[in-house]
Design a binder for this molecule. Structure first.
Ligand code: SF4
Ligand code: SF4
Length: 74
């Protein structure tokens, strides 16, 4: 299974929650805090469980998510 890590630009996020619903691992959530535009932004609660499936990045209407995909060792 591939491994990765989402990098979410909290200032681009409008808190729509689409990525939260799209993540098969259910590791994304909206923060209690607000960004500068007054939105609850998405955060990743357990980045070590990210499979780099890209669903969140693809569905985000504001291209606020980038996915790092880790290369396999060896
Ligand atoms: S890449 Fe996939 S597993 Fe990782 S946070 Fe996004 S939707 Fe979830
Ligand atoms: S889909 Fe994009 S804009 Fe919507 S909550 Fe997720 S990161 Fe924010």
């Amino acid at each position: 299974m591939a491994r990765g890590k989402p990098e979410i630009d909290s200032e681009r996020c409008k808190g729509c929650g689409l990525c939260v619903k799209a993540c098969p691992e259910a590791i994304l959530e909206l923060a209690d805090a607000f960004n500068n535009k007054g939105h609850h932004y998405a955060v990743c609660a357990s980045p070590e469980r990210c499979t780099a499936c890209m669903f969140c990045a693809i569905i985000c209407p504001d291209t606020a998510i980038e996915i790092w995909r880790f290369a396999k060792a060896g």
